[in-house]
Design a protein around this ligand. Structure first.
Ligand code: ARG
Length: 264
């Protein structure tokens, strides 16, 4: 009997050690007790996509994740009495991270596509977007057909890359939107194809650039949150909150709050 008590005490002590270890490696917003850890939703994102997700260093707070998606993620967790943990990774890695259970949900301005639907399930859409072209202010590009022979920069794994590839145009792909835009600014690329709201952010950050739209060439896209195939329990929770945030105008307010025009 005594022996058993000792063993149990040891087990409890070990559990405590394991728990405290589990707490240290994780990113921000991490729960510290075991109970809270069980009620954490781990969201994967790629914080290279303003205004949806970016790393903010403002107000003396270093490396905070911010943006429309981050606010939505927090609301989804909080409405369910849970905590949101944000896991920043390459955009390309998000679907795999979902499949292998590294993250519970991916929120990354991610467009619903048939190809992605083969490996993950999507929530109800929460934002309508479209691809646009960023060019130098003096560029004569007026439609997608005009960029056929131009040096086109896209971002690896984004739907913009798929669009240009489907058009049969040659292109170069970059890891980050900012890298592609630098290429344009430096005159090494003629055009960057990327989602509109992000393009607006880039042209406000860099002098001498403009946006050219072509709604015939680039179809409407819908952003949604992805979960592992069959994870209906989490998907239901997500959809309930998204529907509510759409109905009460919260998402529209967030979009307005983070839009370029309302900054500073
Ligand atoms: N909407 C595009 C797509 O789904 C680009 C998304 C990029 N998102 C990001 N967080 N980097 O492919």
């Amino acid at each position: 009997m005594k022996k058993l008590t000792k063993v149990m005490a040891l087990v409890a002590a070990l559990a405590l050690v394991v728990m405290s270890f589990a707490g240290c490696g994780a990113a921000n917003d991490t729960a510290t007790t075991n109970e809270a850890a069980a009620s954490t939703i781990t969201f994967g994102t790629n914080a290279e996509f303003p205004p949806f997700e970016f790393v903010s260093t403002s107000g003396g707070v270093i490396d905070q994740f911010d943006g429309i998606d981050i606010a939505i993620a927090k609301e989804i967790a909080e409405s369910n009495g849970m905590k949101a943990e944000i896991n920043n990774m390459e955009f390309d890695s998000l679907l795999v991270a979902l499949q292998n259970g590294q993250i519970d949900a991916a929120i990354a301005g991610m467009t619903i596509t048939d190809e992605r639907k083969e490996s993950v399930d999507f929530s109800n859409p929460y934002y309508t977007a479209t691809q646009v072209m960023i060019v130098k202010e003096d560029s004569e590009v007026a439609s997608a057909a005009d960029i056929a022979d131009k040096k086109i920069a896209v971002i690896q794994g984004y739907t913009g890359e798929v669009c240009i590839s489907d058009m049969g145009y040659k292109y170069e792909s970059f890891k980050k939107g900012t890298d592609a835009v630098m290429e344009l600014v430096n005159g090494k690329a003629d055009v960057v194809v990327i989602d509109l709201a992000t393009a607006e952010k880039y042209i406000s950050d860099n002098e001498g650039l403009k946006i050219v739209k072509d709604d015939n060439a680039f179809e409407e896209e819908q952003y949604a949150i992805a979960v592992a195939k069959g994870n209906t329990e989490l998907l239901d929770k997500i959809n309930t909150v998204i529907d509510k945030m759409l109905a009460d105008g919260t998402i529209a307010d967030l979009a307005a709050k983070y839009a370029v025009s309302s900054e500073e």
